[in-house]
Design a protein around this ligand. Sequence first.
Ligand code: SAM
Length: 325
Amino acid sequence: MLLHDKFGRAITDLRISITDRCNYKCVYCRTGNEGALYGDLPFEDYLRMARVLVGMGITKVRLTGGEPLLRNGVVNFVGELAKLRPELDIALTTNGHLLADLAPRLKAAGLTRVTVSMDAVDPDRFARITRVPNGYDNVLGGIRAARRAGLWPLKVNCVLMRGFNEDQIIPFGMFAREEGVTVRFIEFMPLEEDRVWSPSTVVTLDEILARMAEYRPLVEIPHGRSETARRYRFEDGIGEIGIIAPVSHPFCRRCSRIRITSDGKIRTCLFSVWDHDLHAQMRRGASDQQLEDFIREVVAKKEERHHIGEPDFVPASRTMVHIGG
Ligand code: SAM
């Protein structure tokens, strides 16, 4: 029987964070210092969780973190995931810093798609946001290496945070056209370690569209049911952008995701106020059937929606770097 929550949503997408370590300290995500770590698990533990979940109807697995490419053995892990089911969609979200060298091996191991996070198309601004000097060339090199390796089409995710990079909207429109990537702008969510979010820090979908229209006209493209991004192409047919607007236009009703944190907890929503310890079940010697029962019970409790910006909003019990975005 496939996985459904009590609101009738089918759960088909799994995100696994394979480490909560990161080599970047992006202003909208982490603190400027080292921060706390929950740690990570041996790959065979994630593989068992993925195997059980794929048996329950998961069709897409996305590896994330922290920075997933910091983890030695990630290529081999992708290869093991690819053996779980022939048409399993295996995606990766990365900051791209280490992607150039790894792209061909990831592709050969069975990675289907890659999304690179990049929040400015200007090296100095990029360094200010990531708080890492000289990362920009690595990331650009990673994007181009992914293209050569056949990890294509590729998406570039840009979180917009007022005061840092809202002037990058049009430059990213140009970048999408020149590099042939789909640039997806993401509204800033209250999931950062520094707790600086307020409604005024969010650059909204409407604002992004208005700004981009000053550059070139856009035409909306119909999007898939469980797709989080609204999609647009430039009127002349060259270049595509997307906007992921969880704050101004929530898409919880279409949510098909669950997450496993690097320390083996299930999270049913980015904004959950509790985790469900799947790894503890494994440590206690649970059989695959018992893990399945546990997962069904947890998924049944999936939250209906988030409450960002509402008076009853309670911050998530973990920040993005410890959840896996
Ligand atoms: N290190 C990888 C990367 O940079 O893509 C994967 C982990 S990162 C936490 C996953 C995604 O979450 C990135 O696209 C990042 O920009 C996004 N993200 C992090 N904090 C966010 C926030 N507060 N609001 C919206 N998106 C955020």
